[in-house]
Structures are given as structure tokens and as C-alpha cells.
Design a protein around this ligand. Structure first.
Ligand code: SF4
Length: 293
């Protein structure tokens, strides 16, 4: 099934293969520090959705050096890198702090773009203006966790912002020349396949440039773990999940980039579903079923 993958997009935009170099900042999330909520989204672990991220106390340039050296032998000398500010909410800080971190990242010779993970309710006008200024010098991607367009499910997962804020943020970011990627989770408790397709349609209608799909996985020491152990919901099988992905791909327009068909949780924390522990078999399955040729 043909769709525009991240590799297709990067080839078009950068003329080469691109890799992500994770960078951690000293930030938290309004959903954890009490300003919006406490405890975080029910699926989110202590690491703030960035389990594979480096230590925030290490200077940004050194974090990038470490990330590049990890993949360099596989990536080769011509690959480009995107500094990926992944854990927690990276615009939940002073604009000066983030600007300095971005400047340090883009001064690194391997970095050709930056990608910043955040929430739509943490993008005040001065932050969007600063990011828009940066986007004049280097491609800037903003990755926002939507997960679902259902405000009912959003309440259940303790997302702590209303869906309408997402569309509003997308439009302000796009006006500032920023590429916007939505994160969506399939398999949230209580959601039907039609709810999930509504979320995909919502992302398409909000005119995001890209989308990332993830299967809901249960991590240790989360509220979701308690719900799972209480048998309040079941996780998706690999076939069920990719059947949903296939339906979603039918809705996605040709010019929207599908950055990821599924994610993989940290093995040491992962409780379920079992199949997401075996990355190689999931990748083989994806290649067989969705081989992008
Ligand atoms: S907004 Fe992101 S970092 Fe914060 S609790 Fe939710 S998933 Fe975790």
C-alpha cells in the first residue's frame, strides 16, 4: 500500500537519508507539575515518553555527538540528522532557554533540522514567533501529542487539554512556517475503530503535514497498568492494530507524511501487548503488508 513515508519526505526535502538524534532538556510537563494536572497521561511513564533519551544535564552538542556515534556506522557519512527534543513538553519553558538549546543544536555540523515534541496548550504566541524565526534558518518540525480527537477519551487518559486547542495550534504553527506532525494512538480504552478513524480525519482536516501512529502499549508503574491488570480493557493484537492502520492510510491524503506506522516501548517497562516487544518481527510484518513500493 503506497503512502508517503518519512524517508520519502526527507529525500524530497534534504536529498538524503535522515536520522533522529534525541536531545533532552530540563523541562517537565503541565500535566505532571499540577498546572494542568498531576500524574501525567495515564499511559506515560516516568521518562515522559522519551525512554531512549539522554541525560538532560549533558550539553546539547554532546548529546548530539553521542546520538550520532550510535548510528554512524549504519547511517554512513552522507546521512543528515534531526535534533529531536523528545521527552516531556519541550516548549513548556522560557523561550530564551529553548532558543539557546536550538541554536546549540543547529551549530552542530551534522544537524540539518530540529524536531520538537510538545502539547498544543504550551505554544503561546511568543514561543510560536521564536520558532517561526528559527524556521527561517533551518527546517523546524513540531510534534504534538493528540492521541485522540475524542474529548471523552481525552478525559479518560488525563490529557488535560481540549481537542479544539490542537487545531488552533496547528494553524498558528503553519502560519509561522513550521511543519506539524500529529501523534495518534490506536487502541485507547473504550475507543471503537470508528473513533480512531474520526481522529485520523480530524488530523487530516486540521491540515497537519504529517502523522505518527502508535499502538497503545502498557508500561509498568502507570495508571494504565492498573487498568490493564483490572481487566478494564484489552490491548490490540498485531493483526487488529495493522488492520486499523490500513484503514487509516486510506484516509490520509497523498501529500501527508506518515512518519511512523507503529512505535516500540522500552522493553524493561513494557507489560503488553507482547508483540510490540519484538521489533524485528513487527518490522518484517510491516514490510510484508505495507511494503512501500
Ligand atoms: S503530555 Fe506528554 S509528557 Fe506529559 S504526561 Fe502526557 S504523554 Fe507524558
Amino acid at each position: 500500500m503506497r503512502y508517503k513515508s518519512a524517508n520519502d519526505h526527507y529525500k524530497e526535502r534534504f536529498g538524503r537519508k535522515m536520522y533522529k538524534a534525541s536531545v533532552s532538556l530540563n523541562v517537565t510537563c503541565p500535566n505532571r507539575d499540577g498546572s494542568k494536572g498531576t500524574g501525567g497521561c495515564i499511559f506515560c511513564s516516568e521518562g515522559g515518553s522519551g525512554e531512549f533519551s539522554p541525560d538532560a544535564s549533558v550539553p546539547v552538542s554532546e548529546q548530539i555527538d553521542m546520538a550520532v556515534s550510535k548510528v554512524f556506522s549504519k547511517a554512513g557519512p552522507d546521512a543528515g540528522y534531526i535534533a529531536y527534543f523528545q521527552s516531556f513538553t519541550n516548549t513548556y519553558c522560557d523561550t530564551g532557554y529553548l532558543r539557546k538549546a536550538i541554536e546549540e543544536a543547529i551549530a552542530h555540523p551534522k544537524i540539518l533540522a530540529v524536531s520538537i515534541g510538545t502539547r498544543p496548550d504550551c505554544l503561546p504566541e511568543n514561543m510560536v514567533t521564536m520558532l517561526g524565526e528559527m524556521a527561517k534558518d533551518i527546517p523546524v518540525y513540531i510534534e504534538m501529542g493528540l492521541q485522540t480527537s475524542s474529548d471523552r477519551t481525552a478525559l479518560l487518559i488525563n490529557r488535560c487539554y481540549e481537542t479544539q486547542e490542537f487545531a488552533d495550534a496547528v494553524s498558528r504553527l503553519k502560519n509561522a512556517g513550521i511543519n506539524v506532525i500529529a501523534h495518534v494512538i490506536f487502541g485507547l480504552p473504550g475507543e471503537t475503530v470508528e473513533d480512531m478513524m474520526d481522529t485520523v480525519r480530524y488530523v487530516v482536516d486540521s491540515r497537519c503535514d504529517g502523522i505518527k501512529f502508535t499502538c497503545l502499549y502498557v508500561l509498568r508503574n502507570t495508571v494504565l497498568e492498573k487498568m490493564y491488570l483490572n481487566k478494564e480493557f484489552e490491548t490490540l493484537t498485531m493483526k487488529e492494530y495493522f488492520d486499523i492502520v490500513e484503514q487509516a492510510l486510506e484516509i490520509i491524503p497523498d501529500d501527508m507524511t506518515v512518519h511512523r506506522l507503529t512505535g516500540d516501548g522500552p522493553k524493561r517497562l513494557l507489560i503488553a501487548p507482547e508483540w510490540t516487544k519484538n521489533k524485528r518481527s513487527a518490522v518484517n510484518y510491516i514490510n510484508r503488508r505495507f511494503g512501500n513500493g
